[in-house]
Design a protein around this ligand. Sequence first.
Ligand code: 5AD
Length: 354
Amino acid sequence: MGTGKDEKNATQVVPLSPDQIMDLFYHASTRELMDMGNLACCQVHGRDILLRGLIEFTNVCTNDCLYCGIRNSNHKANRYRMEASMILKALQTGYDRGIRTFVLQGGEDPVYTIDRICGLVRQIKDLGKKDAAVTLSCGIRSREAYFKLAQAGADRYLLRFETADPKLHFLLRNIGLNDRLKALEDIRAAGFQVGSGYMVGLPGETRETRLENILLCQRLELDMVGLGPFIPHPDTPLKHSFQHPLEHTLRSVALVRLALPKAHIPATTAAGSLMPDGREQMIAAGANVLMPNLTQDKFKQKYLLYPGKICLNEKGIQDIESLNQRIRPLNRNLSFARGDALYHLTNMDTGEPK
Ligand code: 5AD
């Protein structure tokens, strides 16, 4: 590991090799892994925890993923689609509070066409918010669509691969893993900063799947990695699945950090929903991002991918205050910076800042 102590110097931390990752995966204790993940995180990202304001703009989805509470066949899901004005309003609240990265997340909703999303992105950028980064997370689209979205000004795209096991992927999603990976290639080609990730503890997943998930993130050279525990939703076919302990997720976060020291890794809401201090534990394992939810209450209460979701009655803005309190004991500070992918900030050849 690197030599610098607690200072931002991305070039000093060398990613672990796949063999080293495998060795730690099978032999290191959770405490050891978390300490290593935390140290690597501080060496690269310092004490800053980056904020991303989340807006869940539609829970309409044509997909039927077995694990997901907003799957098409879940007729109990109360569907909504936010108008642009509501999205912009949510965004403005975050912007006024200083947030400079917004994540627009939604199901694969055919009414939210590419042109409509492009229009929204342009509106955001034109509202004097050129300094804010826009991250999209709205599923598999065509290669041309990704290019259009990037052209419209979107900066980043998130598309989790969900599980690296191709058979399990097909079973759960009825779409091949390769289609997902092809979309990630298209997203990269369009010029986006790329995020992906997976759920930990899906039924049918083995230890080897959990290792492969980490190695796939590294092979994809992701700029952002979102991972969290799978939580069975009562209105899905996986309702009776076993709930794995958070520990698997924490081990995974630490190893992803060691595999991709520069990546931005959120302490996810799913972790906080499974355990009251789940997000703090993720930070202690190497996560460096928090995502306060800016979606208006009446909508976010319907965006239920899994049960027990936290902060449903809390304004995203209040959430920021409470997050500030929560990360103090971890000796971290909230950062309102855009938090671009680190390779955008350094010269790839020399490792020197641009
Ligand atoms: N438990 C945990 N995470 C889930 N997601 C979807 N359903 C669940 C669930 N039941 C995750 C998926 C998706 C992200 C937006 O939420 O990984 O990509």
